[in-house]
Design a protein around this ligand. Structure first.
Ligand code: ADE
Length: 324
């Protein structure tokens, strides 16, 4: 998967050098390029913002600079053999529907990093590096899916993370100030998929941290990124048995710590009982912490034991007549 990230603060993305995502990049599963938006300005001050039409506080990001940046990145991706629809498929996300013809390909933009950081790679110059792990065939019509983080967007969920993990190419456009001139989203939305996404009901200073959150959520779903292929299946919110459920508590050795004991069932070795206990705890925790999620559980997915537990908790799921 190729990820292009455009921001006026490329330094924000150094966490993508470490841990799971850093390793995925080293292995070639993820090809991340961080670009300095100001590289596409033409004035001495490298201006990216201006006052809002209609008045009001704050500044709005100018459409021209965003247009030039996005056009250049798309042109580069195509020229460099961006993730092409006919390239070999090397895997698909561990959960959710398999990528349809989505290869894990791409190739780096050559040229010297803008800030000297190993994670920045802009401006776009030169020809594609040879011997790259992302050597896909050129695809003249390939387009990235554009993601614009904004508190005004649709909620970013595990389901959307899975959908995005099946894409070969994502371009994240990080807004600052009051946001990006809306015409940018309209312009590209006419030609490719553009999603405005929010990571929660609070306002950050800019989209950078939201992009870090999304890249980690998406990246860990790519084939080979998580050590244990089953870990993502048992995650909170994972489609399947965990849809609309939070994961329950977890324990490790020692069996007693400062007088607190590990629940006995977990030491029993009885897999059926352990699975039942985990599901009970997931239900309990969801009812306690996220009652609106618990209320959205499909009643058809509840067994007799689940219903009994929810009755004990005096919690009703779904329409009245299906709850018992
Ligand atoms: N930018 C500022 N706040 C944000 C949020 N909550 N989600 C995504 N992007 C943002």
């Amino acid at each position: 998967m190729r990820l292009d990230i455009v921001s006026i603060f490329p330094e924000y993305f150094s966490p993508l050098d470490v841990s799971l995502i850093g390793k995925a990049r080293e292995r070639g599963t993820l090809d991340v390029r961080v670009h300095q938006l100001r590289d596409w300005t033409h004035d001495v001050h490298k201006t990216v913002d201006d006052t809002p039409y209609g008045g009001g506080p704050g500044m709005v990001m100018k459409p021209e600079v965003w247009g030039e940046a996005i056009d250049a990145i798309i042109a580069d991706g195509r020229a460099a053999g961006s993730p092409a629809a006919d390239s070999p498929i090397t895997g698909s996300p561990i959960t959710g529907s398999p990528a349809t013809g989505s290869p894990i390909t791409g190739s780096p933009i050559t040229g010297s990093p803008a800030t000297g950081s190993p994670i920045t790679g802009s401006p776009i110059t030169g020809s594609p590096a040879t011997g790259s792990p992302f050597a896909g065939g050129p695809e003249a019509s390939a387009t990235p899916r554009i993601i614009v983080p904004t508190p005004s967007g649709r909620p970013f969920t595990q389901e959307i993370a899975q959908e995005l993990a099946a894409e070969p190419w994502l371009l994240f456009a990080c807004g600052r100030y009051e946001g990006i001139d809306s015409r940018v989203m309209r312009e590209y939305g006419a030609r490719m998929r553009v999603d405005e996404l929010s990571i929660g009901d609070y306002v950050l200073a800019g989209g950078e941290v939201a992009v870090l959150v999304m890249v980690e959520a998406i990246g860990r779903l790519l084939p080979g990124v998580l050590g244990n292929v089953h870990s993502a299946v048992d995650d909170s919110f994972a489609p399947g048995a965990m849809r609309n459920l939070l994961e329950g508590p977890v324990y490790t050795k020692p069996p007693v710590w400062r007088g607190h004991e590990v629940p006995e069932v977990l030491l029993s070795g009885h897999h059926g009982k352990i699975a039942r206990w985990r599901r009970d705890e997931a239900l309990r925790r969801t009812v306690a912490n996220r009652p609106e999620l618990a209320a959205a559980i499909d009643p058809e997915t509840l067994d007799k034991h689940d219903r009994k537990l929810l009755d004990e908790l005096a919690f009703r799921v779904g329409p009245e007549d299906m709850a018992n």
